[in-house]
Design a protein around this ligand. Structure first.
Ligand code: MN
Length: 133
């Protein structure tokens, strides 16, 4: 079974590295984009299993990027999960209207994050290694 491929879209490079490190530590293949334009290019070329989409991005925001992914036949089937630092009233609805399947608030909880991602990918949420650290 090949590793699920996850595209992380985040303009804050510290967050981009943190999220990528956690995912890689759990065996995912990680692709990175720090702008919406790069995200569209990489998603179209690599067809990841999941996109983690920062909503606040320079130029094109994450909601717009999600809408563009969803209207493109090639990428419309890719699940997009919103990532946002501002868990404000209405954000989740806006993310869902744009086509996101879920919503994760930043800062991420590094202990729970991989389990949440596995849930979105439809995988078992238990760690087969049984690590309890
Ligand atoms: Mn951002």
């Amino acid at each position: 079974m090949s590793k699920p491929k996850i595209l992380v879209v985040e303009d804050n490079l510290m967050n981009l590295e943190l999220v990528s490190d956690v995912l890689e530590a759990h065996g995912y293949e990680v692709l990175q984009a720090d702008t919406g334009q790069k995200a569209l290019e990489i998603a179209g070329k690599e067809l990841p299993d999941l996109v983690l989409m920062d909503i606040q991005l320079p130029e094109m925001d994450g909601l717009e990027v999600t809408r563009l992914l969803k209207i493109n036949e090639l990428t419309s089937g890719i699940k997009v999960i919103a990532l946002t630092a501002h868990a404000m009233r209405g954000d989740e609805e806006r993310a869902r209207e744009a086509g996101c399947s879920g919503y994760i608030a930043k800062p991420i909880n590094t202990r729970e994050f991989a389990g949440v991602i596995a849930g979105y990918l439809g995988e078992a949420q238990t760690d087969p290694g049984g690590k309890v650290d």
